[in-house]
Design a protein around this ligand. Sequence first.
Ligand SMILES: Nc1ncnc2c1ncn2[C@@H]1O[C@H](COP(=O)(O)OP(=O)(O)OP(=O)(O)O)[C@@H](O)[C@H]1O
Ligand SMILES: [Mg+2]
Length: 409
Amino acid sequence: MKILIAEDEVVSRHLLQAYLQQWGHQVTAAVDGMEAWRLFQEEDFPLVLSDWVMPQMDGLELIRHIRACPNGAFTYIILLTARTQKQDVIEGLEAGANDFVTKPFDRGELRVRVRAGERIVELERALAAQNRALREAQAALVQTEKLASLGQLAAGMAHEINNPIAYVANNLAVLRRDVPATLHVLDKYRAGREQLRSVAPEIVTEAERLEADIDLPYIRASLPRLFERSLEGLKRVRDIVKNLRDFARLDEAEFKEADLNAALQATLEIASHEIKDKSIDLRTHFAELPPVLCHPGKINQVFLNVLLNAIQASQPGGTIEVQTRPDDTAADGGVVIEVRDSGCGIKPEHLSHIFDPFFTTKPVGQGTGLGLSVSYGIIRDHGGSIEVESEVGRGTLFRIRLPLRPSSA
Ligand SMILES: Nc1ncnc2c1ncn2[C@@H]1O[C@H](COP(=O)(O)OP(=O)(O)OP(=O)(O)O)[C@@H](O)[C@H]1O
Ligand SMILES: [Mg+2]
């Protein structure tokens, strides 16, 4: 175990160091609290052995500094002291020490106390690992549920919308056939207008007035265009519904070969509203890709998460580039997908946290901080990788690499 010693007294320091090294530990020794604190900030030490009375920064102050340090990893602290009054013990424990060894110390006692500390450090590590696994599982669950409800919503909507689309399309087809025929009948009547005028002039006058009111020539001229535009609109609605279904891929729980360019296109459609809303200049460069064995619904989820992040980070009028290409660096073949935005960028101190579950810089209610952690898990399960390059104020690049077939499939 890595142990940090803070002891100003030279003999005691050397003795401690010698014993701990004999017992197989990796020891760093500091000559006072100040130096120990500097070393601690540079490196993680799971166990710290500190003298109480030292010049500049004493043991208690060192402990308080360590306890206030937000770096997360657990540190077990043993205070070395000649003070054994109850009040001293209370003060030391309150500052954050875990245990005491009285000076002059006994070799056997030091050994068992360090061992006890070691056991607790191990337990804390196991606990932290379990905690992390639990948070990841929870994050995945929340996202899966989000996706499942989106999928159900999509399927439900598709069903509801398909029905009216079908009869509107039928009726439109009937109208398109029958309206010109009706106009043809009307033309026949109009051809006999002069004969009619001689026997019933009032009927002809009334008909001419009605014709002028509705601008019959205009209607006649614009009917083909109206039909065409309506059919186009219907096709668009059908495509949207299909994309929604394609995107959720509810029916596919298994790995299957997918065209990732098509998957990206479906995802871009899903996000097209947000893209238009922000007047984002979307540029796509899709190279021809071999089919990739993957879980298409999950891969779509990754694409959407990364794309939405890029949109959310962009200023109105910003640029987003989406690129695909075969991965020349992969031994058994693979593909690369890049999403580059010209948005706000990620602060260097945030970069190491963006894949953590629940890490978000978005206001409460706007981001759950799950998008990237779940995406990371999905890509890892596919045997791929996800990398990020970012510069504050310039933009961010997410690069996803996927093998053609994951070893797990
Ligand atoms: N393209 C990007 N540009 C700038 N910052 C980004 C970008 N992508 C991710 N981030 C940063 O990473 C954080 C985590 O992203 P993640 O997708 O995991 O969660 P979120 O977007 O905040 O919330 P959620 O995706 O759950 O709605 C974001 O809050 C943001 O700070
Ligand atoms: Mg997100």
